[in-house]
Design a protein around this ligand. Structure first.
Ligand SMILES: [Zn+2]
Length: 1022
């Protein structure tokens, strides 16, 4: 891990002072001598670093590179990396022995949810029997359980007759004990269990329904008027089953399940399988469910609700039902329609029928994540399953479609074919993230969902994977449950999906389809590891190209990160290609937490060039990990052709070119951008803007690519540029170029802004996204019309504080804009409103209060919050809004630092380090240095933050040295003939009145639901 904390006690504090004592030759202890030596090394290293980063001669005083013999102010002691900490639990040794394999479970559960259940309310009683096949002689039985109150008297072991399992002989128990570290109940028997024989273990227990977290067998509720309606449901992945019934809780120990639920007649019991029998004894019903197919424990699920349902039967005869609370059941219509259609679509797509007789999808009022793929009984959070077009924005519809598709993919990838152990979770989640795109494209082609693969999954994966602290291999060793939980991350989902998408760069589509069918069909009801997928694809490719898929894919699955591929034109028809591990921060280093393969990859290259005039199919080549520089001939390419690699960013890597080629690509975009497919345009912009941050190419080449955006109508290129833009914005914020930078973007956004307007109602999805982007950009860079609308909306709110007419989708930028271009009254209104607002609105308003351009207002904000002990809120909100905000916040932080220490303790240092991202000058560097000197006795944890901040500032200075001049020249050039936006027609006549009417109508229907889904992304879909 890159961040660490050595601790803050006196013993750890840096102890080097510019002390008179040793200057005068006083007694120096051995320890002090060592420290002095360390100091000398640190200073020398620092000087070396400063020389490295600050090579430009400068006349500014105090450059931090002292002349020989000059006094150096001591800095905080640089903390050394702590030795890697061993897990105090030791290596995980908690896998079940292979002596006993479960074949079948009988689960009986009686759940108490009501007042009349007295002290038993919110508890349940259970009896679980597991039938085990003995594979090796043993006299020990290990079964998982956690947080269950086991009735030890009830535990019984039997030897069963294999043919007639009702015929059984009791086995005496010698001892029962627990191994809590591994959640084991250990039963020692008198007679050795013999290989080949069948045994059963029956255990009675009771337990409390879980409420925090909502995991295992959990309790939740909803209100109807004043009445609270209680319900319960079970969600187990990865280890919740053992919290609900004693079981052998590992994903490769599949078994069949008979479940019986005892419940009050007013509720309906549902489980994985269909109901086959009911019993009623007056107060209680017992619902018996059909025996399940073979499945792992983590997919078992059941629920007790009083929900109504909607249902239909699919063309393949699957009963498909959706369940939700009565008042919301109409909003389940969409998930019923899209879910049943997609289930049939996937059955055809995989040529494998859905093996369960029915599908129930249940909208839980509270849920631990977006949804969970329990087989035949999928549980959702309401906001992931319910969509009401009268109330919800189109992003909600997309969220429901994507999450429903995700869970349905799991019915095959995960449920029918299950990972052998959690190390290979990406096989579940990668497919369940990737394949929904195919289904969503089929049912909603108007969403252009594949373009959003680049802006959503690919962008999140690459962002995480280019920072060593977040980048991890797809396959990693897991054992402890926290390690297993950590697998549910961006790597398993988004990188997994991106890697699957990259197959098409070196395998034919038919081969991929065939390979995936092999993978599914050959492992039905079985378990898999990553190599099984490679094997299926290799087999599918045998008749075609004979590709060794494992060899190509291992570097992508077994090590973290991805490469940037640099393409240099060495002659008209020749390019030279090499690869480098891409990290966004040039000071970052790959983590040594995981094994690696030298951070080199097999990179499948797809490419074309201008006069070839063809993108599909592209030309292909392979860059192998052991080739330093690959020469590639582009037959008959004229010198003035551009070349283009990684068409549509189908491969999971970034591309860099020689500057000449970047210029040619920019020219092509300006001449006719539609020559490039949308995803290719988006990728060219994204790659150049991102790789120019750590300096693979000058940033101006990325900015030049954006010149054509004035004519860009598609979402993906805009979205990726706007995602990268805050970096450039932050670097230029305090420079004299910023005015031109604002003017440039103010102009570029005009056509888009005018085309999408402000009306969020009845919008289709892409317009909805584009509208948010356009309004945010137009307002941020000072579009007059955007400012006027924002001010009008805000003024309307000021006049009627009970009714804010601003669309929730853009309220953050509207508040900020109204305050930035308003006066004391606007600021004061935000201040007053923030005192009585919900936490969410308060955060928005406090953020907007930092947008003021009045120095005294910002100062007041800082002092007022400081007096309440909340200075950090004000500092954080002011710092990055403007150059004025930055300097006001910095000065305040410096002058009040001792007081900040009193309020925030050692975390006050982080307030200072947070300025580093915006520190871009040598003067900033000097000020940071001076602060470090003044507080050189800061604790080691703060000192490590100091050196990290210094590193950031030095990187920023080097970046500015390299880029500022060329950016300035480009901005002068590009903005000199640019008409300013003030002259443009208004898109928004009458818009404020219109928005007020629409918003108050919508708000009446549902206030909360509009808030949630600006950027629908199933982050937490299990
Ligand atoms: Zn999933």
């Amino acid at each position: 891990m890159a961040s660490y904390d050595i601790g803050g006690d006196a013993g750890d504090r840096a102890t080097i002072y510019a002390d008179e004592k040793y200057k005068k030759g006083f007694f120096v202890t051995k320890r002090t001598a060592v420290l002095l030596t360390v100091l000398a090394i640190v200073v020398l290293a620092l000087v070396a670093v400063l020389f490295y980063f600050l090579p430009v001669s400068s006349t500014e005083p105090g450059e931090g590179t002292p002349a020989p013999g000059e006094d150096i102010d001591p800095l905080p002691q640089r903390p050394t990396d702590p030795p890697p900490t061993e897990d105090p639990r030791g290596p995980f040794d908690g896998r079940l022995p292979d002596s006993l394999v479960p074949e079948h479970y009988n689960i009986w559960l009686k759940t108490y949810l009501d007042n009349e259940d007295g002290p038993k309310q919110f508890t349940y009683e259970g009896v679980s029997t597991v039938e085990l096949r003995c594979e090796k002689d043993t006299d020990i039985i290990k079964i998982h359980f956690l947080s269950l109150n086991i009735d030890y008297q009830s535990v019984q072991v039997f030897h069963l007759d294999e043919e007639d399992r009702e015929t059984k002989h009791k086995i005496s128990i010698k001892n029962i004990y627990t191994e809590e570290i591994y959640d084991f109940l250990v039963i020692e028997v008198e007679d050795t269990l013999r290989s080949g024989e069948i045994y059963s273990v029956t255990i009675g227990y009771d337990a409390i329904l879980n409420t925090n977290p909502l995991f295992g067998y959990y309790l939740t509720s909803y209100k109807v008027g004043d009445e609270t309606r209680w319900l319960s449901a079970a969600v187990f992945q990865p280890n919740g089953a053992r919290m609900t019934f004693p079981c052998l809780d590992e994903p490769n120990l599949k078994a069949t399940f008979d479940i019986a639920m005892v419940h009050r007649p007013k509720r309906r019991a549902l489980a994985n399988m269909n109901e086959i029998a009911f019993e009623n004894d007056g107060d209680w019903n017992t619902t018996h469910f059909n025996r399940s197919v073979l499945m792992p424990t983590y997919l078992v699920s059941f629920s007790l609700t009083d929900f109504p349902s909607l249902e239909m039967t699919t063309p393949n005869d699957v009963l498909f039902r959706v369940w939700a609370r009565e008042e919301d059941i109409d909003a389940a219509n969409y998930s019923l329609y899209i879910g049943s259609a997609m289930l049939t679509f996937f059955e055809d797509y995989y040529s494998l029928p859905y093996p369960m007789p029915k599908m129930d999808m249940i909208a839980s009022p509270e849920f631990i994540s977006g949804a969970l793929e329990c087989w035949g009984h999928i549980l959702y959070d309401e906001n992931a399953m319910l969509y009401d077009p009268k109330v919800h924005p189109p992003t909600r519809q997309k969220r429901v479609a994507e999450i429903v598709a995700h869970e349905l993919v799991h019915m095959w990838f995960g449920n029918l074919v299950t990972l052998d152990w959690w190390d290979h979770l990406w096989l579940n989640e990668g497919f369940a993230t990737f394949l929904p795109y195919i289904a969503v494209e089929k049912f909603h082609p108007e969403w252009k969902i594949w373009d959003q693969f680049l802006t959503d999954d690919m962008a999140s994966a690459m962002s995480a994977d280019s920072t060593s602290s977040r980048s991890k291999p797809l396959v990693r060793t897991t054992g402890w449950v926290d390690e297993i939980w950590s697998m549910f991350d961006t790597m398993s989902y988004s990188k997994g999906a991106s890697v699957l998408r990259s197959f098409s760069t070196f395998l034919r589509n038919e081969t991929i389809s065939r390979g995936i069918l092999y993978y599914l069909h050959e492992n039905v009801y079985g378990n898999v590891v990553t190599d099984d997928l490679w094997e299926s694809l290799t087999k599918a490719d045998l008749e075609d190209r004979n590709t060794d898929v494992k060899e190509i894919m291992d570097p992508w699955a077994l090590q973290s990160g991805f490469p940037v591929v640099t393409v240099i034109r060495t002659a008209a028809d020749m390019v030279e290609i090499n690869q480098t591990h891409f990290l966004l921060d040039p000071n970052d280093e790959p983590s040594d937490e995981f094994p690696n393969l030298g951070f080199k990859w097999y990179v499948p290259l797809t490419y074309t060039y201008k006069s070839r005039d063809q993108f599909y199919p592209p030309l292909e080549a392979m860059l192998s990990p052991d080739t330093d520089k690959k020469q590639l001939r582009l037959e008959g390419t004229p010198q003035d052709d551009w070349v283009l690699f990684n068409i549509n960013k189908q491969g999971y890597f970034r591309v860099n070119y020689d500057t000449d080629n970047w210029v040619k690509l920019a020219e092509q975009l300006k001449t006719d951008h539609k020559v490039f497919p949308t995803q290719t345009r988006a990728s060219i912009l994204d790659d150049c803007l991102i790789i120019s941050q750590p300096g693979y190419v000058d940033h101006v080449y990325g900015l030049r690519l954006t010149e054509y955006l004035y004519y860009e109508e598609e979402y993906a290129p805009w979205q990726l540029v706007l995602r990268a833009l805050p970096f450039t914005h932050g670097m230029l914020l305090r420079t004299s170029e910023f005015g031109m930078f604002e003017k440039y973007w103010r102009s570029q956004i005009v056509p888009l802004y005018l085309s999408v307007g402000w009306n969020f109602t009845n919008s289709d999805l892409l317009d909805y996204y584009q509208r948010i982007n356009a309004i945010e950009t137009a307002c941020r860079y000072g579009n007059e019309d955007c400012i006027e609308v924002s001010k009008s909306l805000y003024r309307a709110w000021m006049e009627d504080p009970g009714n804010d007419p601003t669309p929730d989708e853009v309220n953050e930028i509207v508040y900020c804009t109204a305050i930035r271009h308003g006066g004391p009254a606007e600021w004061q209104f935000a201040y007053d409103q923030s005192k009585s607002s919900s936490p969410g609105t308060r955060t928005l308003l406090e953020n907007a209060m930092g947008c003021s351009r009045d120095s005294w207002q910002l100062q007041y904000y800082l002092e007022d919050y400081h007096s309440d002990g909340r200075s950090r809120v004000a500092i954080d909100n002011i710092r990055d809004k403007s150059s004025l905000g930055y300097s006001t916040a910095w000065e305040f932080t410096m002058t009040r630092f001792e007081e900040l220490l009193n309020i925030y303790g050692n975390s006050s240092f982080d307030i200072v380090w947070d300025f580093a991202d915006l520190m871009t000058t040598r003067y900033d560097h000097e000020k940071l240095h001076m602060f470090g000197t003044k507080h050189r006795d800061m604790p080691a944890s703060a000192a490590s933050g100091f050196y990290r901040a210094v590193e950031i500032v030095e990187t920023n200075i080097a970046w500015m040295d390299r880029n500022q001049e060329s950016i300035r020249e480009w901005l002068v050039d590009v903005t000199s003939n640019m008409p300013d936006v003030k002259a443009h027609a208004r898109a928004t006549d009458g818009v404020v009145e219109h928005i007020k009417t629409v918003v108050s109508g919508r708000r009446h229907q549902s206030r909360a639901s509009l808030h949630e889904f600006h950027w629908a992304k199933p982050e937490n879909v299990l």
